[in-house]
Design a protein around this ligand. Structure first.
Ligand code: PDD
Length: 285
């Protein structure tokens, strides 16, 4: 099974060159994206992801040239024409093509939509729910973290440092109002659990408002788990009973931070409870 691309509203072969060299997305990272999971041929939480994509555009004055219905249609075509049943959908808007290259953008550029569907191997949906190790790493990103921009260098350096250390993710640590806080991970939101209470960073410009984060908060409500949306320190994470991170691809428990076990060092009961509900939700029941 192969992935399939979308470029300027047309379905294309993923491996054929398509990008215009002076597309601002290519030269400046001047654009936004979103990604969601296709489960059993169905788009999981597509509406929420497309809402966020629209919001990202609005915050950067990118004016989409396709309607919501057209964009849904493109993503449907990617699924249908690729035959991918379980995969990751990716869509991005760049501000468009402009020559010569200039930091100042023309207000009237036609933005460019591209994307892809990539098959995810047919693993069980809960394939990633055994332990994961993470490192702490400085959050060196810009202050547009609430916008899903193409500018990902801070995340990429963090994620690769994690992988070099045989870890799956990096807990990003930022100095904020005179203290050290965990914002999120390089490509996911993170949660700590202490004495039955779940902690996660509040919405604001230091984190991405994760669609999975919102879903998990909803499920926590159903399970009557108390949630506190406040910043906590990296030490708090290290001394927590449980920790986990979430994104559209998977929710995953953290069993080790910087080489030390979290809580018992096993997958904890709060994660297990939420994961059971989340797996059901993904399967549509
Ligand atoms: N990233 N925080 C960051 C920095 C992210 O990049 C992501 C997702 C999330 C989780 O958001 P959501 O639950 O809506 O996927 C949080 C995607 C998977 C990516 O960059 O491919």
């Amino acid at each position: 099974l192969k992935g399939l691309g979308l470029y300027d509203g047309k379905i294309v072969d993923l491996n054929k060159p398509a990008v215009l060299l002076e597309d601002r997305g290519y030269q400046f990272g001047d654009g936004v994206y979103d990604a969601w999971k296709v489960v059993d041929g169905k788009h999981f939480l597509r509406k929420e992801h497309l809402d966020r994509l629209e919001r990202s555009c609005r915050l950067l004055d990118i004016k989409p040239c396709y309607s919501r219905e057209e964009i849904e249609g493109f993503s449907d075509s990617l699924v249908e024409e690729s035959g991918v049943n379980d995969g990751a959908m990716y869509l991005q808007w760049t501000r468009g093509w402009e020559s010569p290259r200039s930091h100042v953008f023309n207000e009237n550029l036609r933005p460019l939509l591209s994307g892809s569907i990539i098959p995810i191997p047919p693993l069980p949906l809960d394939a990633w729910t055994t332990g994961n190790k993470v490192i702490t790493y400085p959050d060196q990103r810009h202050l547009f973290c609430h916008i899903k921009t193409l500018n990902l260098l801070g995340s990429i350096m963090a994620k690769n440092a994690a992988h070099r250390n045989d870890c799956e993710e990096a807990l990003l640590v930022r100095e904020h109002q005179g203290r050290s806080i965990v914002t999120e991970c390089s490509s996911s939101n993170c949660f700590a659990v202490k004495d039955g209470v779940m902690y996660t960073a509040p919405l604001g410009n230091l984190i991405l408002p994760g669609i999975t984060r919102a879903a998990i908060l909803g499920l926590a409500g159903q399970c009557e788990i108390n949630v506190v949306e406040e910043y906590v320190s990296p030490e708090f994470f290290k001394e927590a009973d449980e920790a986990f991170f979430t994104n559209a691809i998977a929710i995953r428990p953290i069993v080790m931070i910087d080489g030390r076990p979290v809580g018992s060092g096993n997958v904890g009961p709060v994660f297990q409870k939420l994961n059971a509900k989340y797996q059901k939700m993904m399967r549509g029941n």
